[in-house]
Design a protein around this ligand. Structure first.
Ligand SMILES: Cc1ncc(COP(=O)(O)O)c(C=O)c1O
Length: 265
């Protein structure tokens, strides 16, 4: 998002909610505009915490073929999906129209600065050229360290351990939302972040400020949305850095604040 804003790249947004995206609207956009690529997070979307169904992924892929649009598939939480049968769009791409991105930031640590891109053959040379002009090459030391990690089997063991600990947090979050915020629409998928849909009258910034005074820190969603396009009225609930025993307390605090209108009108 920051990249698009910094380089003022022309971009069109499409509304995504708990129900997914409107595929007819996507088709209209593909038909009407000269779109080079469609960027999407099919798995555990940030900030919604929702995933596309197999049918939605197939439909998006078919639209991309029909209108010759490339899909940039950001699978940044691939290592954390509890449903191992959940394949990315890339798996079924028979026409070289998917650019698949995976990050190691969440499963290892962000400072490693390693991710991977699987490119359609037609793009490999120009991608390489652009990458060379940007940073010559990715850090050899980081790549060598990751290679050692992968080859020795340590990555697999660590991945299991880390994803299990995130799963525990995700499940506590999901359960706490069900218990303390039952009347709010929320994602039912277990993910380290989720959201609730806020009523119109809630001033989200005031609510966030009020909660911060009680040591419950929530981020606004401003950085997740394009300027000038539709925004969901949501409260993003992220527990990736929250100790297990604090999650329920935090969600209880959010519920308490929401039940007291003086806090946010
Ligand atoms: C949507 C999305 N994609 C990718 C990433 C990972 O980015 P990077 O690998 O550059 O750290 C994140 C990190 O939070 C993210 O939210």
């Amino acid at each position: 998002m920051d990249y698009l804003k910094t380089y003022q790249i022309p971009v069109i947004g499409i509304k995504r909610t708990l129900k997914g995206i409107d595929l007819e609207e996507l088709e209209t956009l593909f038909k009407k505009y000269d779109i080079k690529f469609f960027y999407t997070m099919p798995r555990l979307h940030n900030p919604l915490g929702t995933s596309f169904s197999k049918k939605e992924k197939d439909d998006i892929r078919k639209l991309a073929y029909k209108y010759n649009v490339y899909i940039v598939e950001d699978d940044y939480l691939a290592d954390f999906d509890q449903n191992t049968k959940n394949d990315p769009i890339f798996t079924d791409d028979t026409e070289g129209h998917v650019i698949y991105l995976k990050s190691f930031s969440k499963i290892m640590f962000p400072g490693l600065r390693i991710g991977l891109a699987i490119l359609p053959n037609a793009f490999i040379d120009s991608f390489q050229k652009h990458k060379n002009t940007t940073d010559i090459d990715s850090s050899m030391i980081s790549q060598a360290a990751l290679e050692l990690y992968l080859k020795s089997g340590m990555f697999e063991r660590y991945q299991k351990k880390v994803s299990e600990s995130y799963t525990i947090r995700a499940n506590i979050l999901q359960q706490s939302i069900k218990t303390y915020l039952p009347k709010y629409q929320a994602s039912t998928e277990s993910c380290m972040h989720s959201h609730i849909v806020l009523p119109r009258e809630v001033n989200t910034n005031l609510l966030i400020q009020h909660l911060a005074q009680q040591d419950i820190y929530l981020d606004t969603i401003d950085r997740n949305y394009l300027n000038g396009f539709y925004r969901e009225r949501i409260l993003k609930l992220n527990v990736s850095n929250v100790a297990d025993q604090k999650i329920e307390v935090g969600i209880k605090g959010v519920a308490h604040a929401l039940s007291n209108p003086n806090n946010y009108f």
